[in-house]
Design a protein. Structure first.
Length: 169
């Protein structure tokens, strides 16, 4: 696990250029997301906001020092803007293709019109501060529809994604 998941979590910090004093929003509280919380704390971030819907994962994220949002109970965008008015400095997607919340994505996946839902990426693009960073370590493997490329461009966001090169870390 440490040779893969820990390196992947650290890779998220590198891709997002996470620095001391920043606010970081993390989608997905699986093993990679939970270790990413530890990595962000190690880098001295000011706030970590963890987004998921599984109660045990949210509890663990809270134990690790993150504020939490359950997307089963709260709408992500208005809740995030309420607790973090200017938006996060860095957004990290550790969910990958599994985070299909919108009905359109569920239908398109059922009909095999897309393989990957980008709900977390859409929320990250909407929320991250202008000219800041989005890091994607969640696994995507095919095609997606409804990707907000215009918003990504207009906000001047640095968008980095990729599989970790474990030999690097």
């Amino acid at each position: 696990m440490l040779s893969d998941i820990a390196c992947t979590a650290w890779h998220a910090m590198e891709l997002g250029e996470v620095k001391q004093g920043q606010t970081v929003a993390l989608w997905g509280r699986g093993p990679g997301g939970l270790i990413a919380i530890m990595c962000a704390k190690h880098r001295g971030v000011k706030r970590i906001i963890a987004i998921d819907h599984i109660p045990k994962r949210l509890e663990k994220a809270h134990e690790l020092g993150a504020e939490t949002i359950s997307y089963d109970e709260q709408l992500i965008i208005p809740t995030m803007l309420e607790i973090c008015k200017d938006g996060p400095d860095v957004c990290i997607d550790a969910t990958g293709f599994r985070y299909a919340k919108e009905t359109i994505h569920k239908i398109e996946r059922l009909l095999r019109l897309e393989t990957d839902a980008t709900s977390a990426i859409y929320e990250a693009i909407y929320l991250v501060k202008k000219f800041d960073n989005i890091s994607v370590i969640g696994d995507y493997y095919g095609l997606t529809n409804h990707f907000p490329i215009g918003a990504l461009f207009d906000k001047g966001i640095t968008f980095c994604a990729g599989v970790v090169c474990v030999q690097k870390y």
